[in-house]
Design a protein around this ligand. Sequence first.
Ligand code: NAD
Length: 278
Amino acid sequence: MTSPAGQPHPGLPPILRGQKALVTGANSGIGKATAIGLGRAGADVVVNYVFGREAAEEVVEEIKSYGVRAYAHEADVSDEGQVTAMVGRMVEEFGTIDVLVANAGLQRDAAATEMTLDQWNKVLDVNLTGQFLCAREAAKEFVRRGVVPEVSRSAGKIVCMSSVHQVIPWAGHVNYAASKGGVLMMMQTLAQELAPKGIRVNAVAPGAIRTPINRSAWETPEAEAELLKLIPYRRVGDPEDIARAVAVLASDLMDYVVGTTVYVDGGMTLFPGFATGG
Ligand code: NAD
C-alpha cells in the first residue's frame, strides 16, 4: 500500500514574517521549493544559483507573488570571495540576514577504485566547504547584529541541508557520504560554538526526494519500485516535504531546537531491511 501523495505547497502560515533568508542552490529541486516555501512563510529571500539564471528568475517571480522581496544572486558556494560578496550584497540590499539554508550540493558518483581526485574534491568543496563558507559569513552578520526581538528570539538560524547519508554508508558514493558525514559534525560543532551567541544551527536530512540529483532512482517504474523498498512510508518525497520542515525549523516555533538533525525521509533511517529480516 502506498501512503497518500504529498501535498505540494499547502499554505504555510507567516512564521517567518519580516525575516531575511538566503537559500543556496535555489533554482532547482529542494532549494527551489525551500526558497518558495520561505517566501510563502513571509521571508524576503535571496535565491542563489551557480548556473541557470532563467530558472532562478522564475523562482524570484514566484516568491515576489507572495508580497515579499526577492532577488537572484549568482555565486559558487565553494568560492570564498563569491560567498563573501553574496552575503555582503544581501546585507546592503535587505539590511541583514536572519536565516541561511545551506542547500547547494551535488554528486559525482564512481566506484572508490575509479574515483578521481577531482571527483572527490569537487563534492567535498561544494557540499562541505561551501556550507562552511556560507555559515561563517552568515554567522559573522548574526553576531554583529545580535537579537532583534521583534523579528526573532534568536540572533540567526542556519539550516544545513544534509542527507540520510550522514549516517547511512553508501557504496559507489564515498565522496558524497563523506561530505554529508562531515556536514553532521560541522553542524553540531557550529551549534555548540554559536549557541551562546543566540544562534541556532540545525540540519535537515532528506531521504529520497524527487529532484534532478537522483532522477535515475525514480524515473522508471522499476527504479521507483526498488527505491520504495528502502522507504517504510512507501512514497518518494517531494521537495515541498523538505521545504516545510526547513521553514518550521528556521522559525521561532522551533526556537529551543539547537544542534539537531530533522530526518525527513519516510522512515529510510529505520533499517527497513530488518522489517522482515534479521
Ligand atoms: P538539485 O540538483 O536539483 O539541486 C542542487 C542545487 O545546487 C542546484 O541548484 C545546483 O545548481 C546547486 N549547486 C551545485 N553546485 C553549486 C555551487 N558550487 N554553488 C551554488 N550552487 C550549486 O538537487 P537537490 O536534490 O535539490 O539537492 C539539494 C540538496 O539536498 C543537496 O545538498 C543534496 O545533497 C541534498 N539531498 C537531496 C536528496 C534527494 O533525494 N534529492 C536527498 C538527500 C539530500
